[in-house]
Design a protein around this ligand. Structure first.
Ligand SMILES: [Zn+2]
Ligand SMILES: [Zn+2]
Length: 438
């Protein structure tokens, strides 16, 4: 007999005992009551029934506790929660099962139904297939960049407001999600860009204090940073390379080689440029890039790449200098599928609609605009998927010509949810999480 059936029978027996006790009490009261009643006998019987009831309630509670302890959650329980959580909080990034060690810590393990507080959403990562490659999107959090008028200084404010409104985007704050990509080729694990990192000595907090989560989220996704073989950098800006080294100056990816273009490595590690730089924010960019990159260079772990370099089989670097002196994007091809990991080629959907607007940190704005136009046309012509580092999570999508520019079409990602009916799954989860009424 299964443990669930035993559990249900025990509860049924306990309830029958309660009902029988109450019935006996009522019957005894009716029979023994009336004129000349033996109240001493009635009170004694009442006391016995109360003790019986208390014992039964205690027994029921014990049954509950035993059931909660002795029925360890099976892996499908976590996936069922995943479905229910997604169901209740469609905006939450909860699209994959939790690793077992993390799931152990969560409250549903105690056998109670718990609606998790909003701020305790599950880690932001998801997985999808690209040809034969297994891809994991790891959120580093987001950057808060301030007013759109400061970020796109050449833009006409009225036109910008209109585009933002039309695209349901904030008109007060430029928020840039940070979507890192880990590609498992079957032979190697390749991480594309690293996020902002956690070094308190660097100026990462000036981006709003909500980035730098990548290493923790990666662990939650079951990826050990020490297992990363290659870190492919698009460029050496803080939000892309400051995650290489932790707050103690140690390599976060101790076994990885770092691929970066020669011009970007040389530019951002040049101490004389750093000393000449008048803008204190940019001076910090130089200092942070040098600290992160040189730590790997000192261990002889930096590979200087050029246009067309193959990082690992199926992954090719494409030079797109402009936003940064040696900005690269990566073409990732498997079977008949291709996607471009485009780093900071385009930060924001405004730059899809208006490729010629300048972003405040573009190194060479004219070249950056030309690169945007070139790549947009290529992507549209070849019907290539785009992995956009700073677009809404998870960042995979396509472009469609729209007026003077392009519109963003998020891709339909296979979430690998359980095959059975969603509503049934949701009900099943309630059933599993609330062992009170089986
Ligand atoms: Zn950048
Ligand atoms: Zn960036």
């Amino acid at each position: 007999m299964s443990s669930q059936v035993t559990y249900g029978l025990r509860l049924l027996v306990a309830r029958l005992v309660i009902l029988a006790a109450v019935a006996v009490l009522v019957a005894f009261g009716l029979l023994a009551g009336g004129p000349g009643a033996r109240w001493d006998v009635i009170w004694a019987a009442f006391g016995i029934v109360c003790v019986l009831l208390a014992a039964t309630v205690w027994y029921m509670l014990a049954v509950h506790r035993t059931a909660a302890r002795s029925e360890p959650r099976k892996p499908e329980d976590a996936s069922a929660w995943r479905v229910e959580s997604w169901w209740r909080h469609p905006g939450a990034a909860t699209v994959e099962a939790l690793p077992e060690e993390l799931a152990k810590e969560l409250p549903w393990q105690r056998g109670h139904h718990v609606r998790r507080p909003h701020h305790e959403r599950l880690p932001g990562w998801t997985r999808f297939s690209h040809g034969a490659l297994d891809c994991t999107v790891v959120s580093d959090g987001k950057l808060e960049m301030g007013s759109p008028y400061d970020n796109f200084p050449d833009a006409d404010p009225a036109e910008m407001d209109s585009i933002l409104a039309r695209n349901y985007l904030s008109r007060s704050e430029v928020r840039l999600p940070q979507n890192l990509l880990v590609v498992d080729t079957g032979e190697q694990l390749v991480l594309f860009d690293t996020g902002l990192g956690t070094d308190p000595e660097l100026g990462g907090r000036s981006f709003g204090g909500q980035a730098g989560r990548a290493a923790a989220v990666m662990c939650a996704a079951g990826i050990e940073p020490g297992d990363i073989d290659v870190v492919a950098l698009t460029h050496a800006h803080p939000d892309h390379c400051w995650g290489l080294v932790d707050g103690h100056g140690r390599r976060v990816f101790p076994h990885a080689r770092v691929a970066i273009s020669g011009p970007d490595f040389d530019f951002w590690t040049d101490r004389s440029r750093e000393e000449r730089e008048p803008n204190p924010a940019l001076r910090e960019y130089f200092r942070g890039a040098r600290h992160n990159l040189v730590t790997y260079a000192d261990a002889d772990r930096v590979d200087r790449i050029a246009d067309g370099s193959e990082i690992v089989p199926g992954v090719t670097a494409l030079s797109t200098s402009g936003h940064s002196p040696g900005h690269m994007l990566y073409k990732i091809t498997s079977q008949d599928q291709t996607m471009l990991f485009w780093g900071d080629l385009c930060h924001h959907q405004l730059l899809l609609q208006r490729p010629d607007w300048r972003f405040q940190f573009d190194h060479d704005p004219t070249a950056a605009s030309a690169q945007r136009r070139r790549v947009y046309e290529m992507v549209d012509r070849d019907r290539t998927a785009v992995f956009a580092y700073h677009f809404p999570f998870p960042g995979l999508g396509h472009l469609r010509p729209d007026g003077e520019g392009y519109a963003w079409l998020p891709a339909d990602i296979e979430l690998n949810l359980p095959a059975s009916n969603m509503v049934k799954q949701s009900r099943r989860m309630t059933y599993l999480c609330t062992p009170t009424d089986r």
